[in-house]
Design a protein around this ligand. Structure first.
Ligand SMILES: [Zn+2]
Length: 494
């Protein structure tokens, strides 16, 4: 989850529906299907040259698909005992999609500090935020972050890094080094950085480079551009990064769409105008907006007070879209149930998620942490499974903000009842995580095997807001990517 500060700093802008999936840079669907057919006729090993492990005479013949899978699955289990072995395995594993990613929370703190310094901002140490004005109390000046000859640079830098990241938050205690709860430490980030101008293109370039490097094929990003030419500029940047990767022998493919965000802590009038704005943009061609979400803490007093009215507005907007655009009604993927008994009353926990599907018309749930408390939990799980209403689970985010460790995590309840779960990064800059780290955490916390992780990757496509035709293309490419990865990884087994 995130605070929605980006949207507060600038008017909510929106977007459109993706009308087609641009062709992957490195392969065509027809080529994919032919390759899969050929591979299935012979064997994966017959399709590619697989280096043979030294001293293994029994492997002198090409391995079959089944014994290759068995070796990979077994080796993956061995890797789970060591974090770095696990990361090494997962780093280049195809991961499907990241559907829960806020670019405004994805920027590295190092870049935020550099930008703040370049923009001449002061750091208000008492109020833990950057400021254009000289603070009345103790502060760090812009030069304190840039001149390595100054003795205070390390202290200034370290102090601000601690504020802009969750690195000092003890997940189990749910407190930072100063005793603040993780929830408050996290949301302070957006107040702390509100005065810093962080270019949106910079946020997206970072995410594009990470996606290409970590083998993520599809991103649904919770940010919006106002003009099609801005979206086109990002597409050109993406193609440039993909071309660079291909030159280095790391050819990959990537699609990007956007989700318009409403902020639940603003006044009801502002919320309504945001919803109208998002609706208009959803139907504007060229902005690639595929859905609408609601952001900001659900336990905020305004969010609690206005929740019913906000859901009524969403319900009305959805019904209107069904009348005006029956072939393409509004689609909502809502942050919901990101709550615990510590920060919200039982009356909210026990109704929030069912209501999100009923009045919120959610086709996907973000977080859904409080699922176990729902009054109709088993009926709700069955409905989500049958209607393919998935959930994005952000493990590192949950741990830092909600004390959502392996015992408290919602993951197993959804997973065990067949609700499609996809892993997300949430605010990866603040959380100091990425999708590879989330996969590693899931494998270790819930004792998942390699085949389980592949299913999580497939879920990322299945519960995305792509059209069914687009999903089919992405899923076909994902299977081919798995085959290539497995040919590669089996050759690395020592
Ligand atoms: Zn989020």
């Amino acid at each position: 989850m995130r605070r929605g500060a980006e949207e507060e700093r600038e008017p909510l802008r929106s977007g459109l529906r993706a009308t087609s999936v641009p062709r992957p840079a490195v392969r065509s669907l027809a080529g994919t299907l032919v390759a899969l057919l050929i591979c299935s006729m012979f064997s994966l090993a017959a399709c590619q040259t697989v280096p043979q492990p030294a001293g293994s005479s029994s492997e002198s013949a090409a391995p079959t698909v089944s014994n290759q899978s068995a070796r990979i699955n077994s080796w993956f289990e061995d890797c789970k005992s060591s974090e770095q072995e696990l990361i090494a395995f997962l780093h280049k594993m195809p991961k499907g999609a990241d559907l829960h990613n806020h670019p405004s929370g994805a920027v590295d703190a190092e870049d935020v500090i550099r930008l703040a310094s370049e923009q001449g901002l002061y750091y208000d140490r008492e109020n833990r935020r950057f400021s254009a004005e000289v603070p009345e109390g103790p502060y760090w000046s812009p030069a304190d972050f840039t001149d390595p000859t100054q003795t205070q640079i390390n202290q200034a830098y370290s102090e601000v890094m601690n504020v802009l990241t969750m690195r000092t938050v003890d997940g189990e205690a749910n407190r930072d080094g100063d005793g603040r709860i993780g929830h408050d430490h996290f949301f302070n980030y957006f107040t702390a950085t509100a005065a810093v101008n962080i270019p949106k293109d910079m946020m997206l370039e970072k995410l594009i480079r990470e996606a290409v490097s970590q083998r993520i094929g599809y991103l649904e990003l919770m940010t919006t551009y106002t003009a099609p030419e801005d979206v086109q500029r990002v597409e050109e940047l993406k193609e440039k990064v993909l071309a660079e990767a291909a030159l280095e022998g790391e050819a990959w493919h990537l699609e990007i769409n956007y989700i318009a965000s409403l902020v639940r802590t603003l006044s009801l009038e502002e919320f309504e105008s945001q919803l109208a704005w998002a609706t208009e943009r959803y139907y504007t061609p060229g902005l690639n907006i595929v859905g609408i979400t609601i952001l900001a803490p659900e336990d905020n007093p305004i969010a609690l007070r206005d929740y019913d009215a906000q859901m009524d507005l969403i319900n009305a907007a959805y019904e209107k879209s069904m009348t005006e655009h029956p072939e393409n009604p509004l689609r909502f993927t809502l942050h919901a149930g990101e709550l615990t008994l510590e920060n919200a009353p039982y009356s909210v926990l026990s109704t929030r998620l069912s209501d999100t599907l009923d009045r919120g018309h959610a086709v996907r749930v973000d977080h859904g942490t409080a699922i176990g408390w729902d009054n109709k939990v088993y009926e709700l799980l069955a409905r989500m499974r049958e209607e393919n209403v998935g959930v994005t689970v952000c493990l590192t985010s949950n741990m830092g903000i909600l004390d959502g460790d392996d015992f408290h995590s919602q993951f197993t309840l959804y997973h065990d009842y067949g609700v499609p779960v996809s892993l997300g990064t949430d605010d990866e800059g603040v959380e100091r995580t990425n999708l590879t780290a989330e996969y590693a955490k899931a494998a270790q916390w819930f004792d998942l095997g390699y085949e389980d992780l592949k299913e999580l990757a497939r879920n990322g496509i299945r519960i995305s807001l792509l059209s069914q035709e687009e999903k089919d293309i992405q899923l076909t490419m994902l299977e081919e990517d798995f085959a290539s990865f497995e040919e590669y990884i089996v050759a690395q087994i020592p």
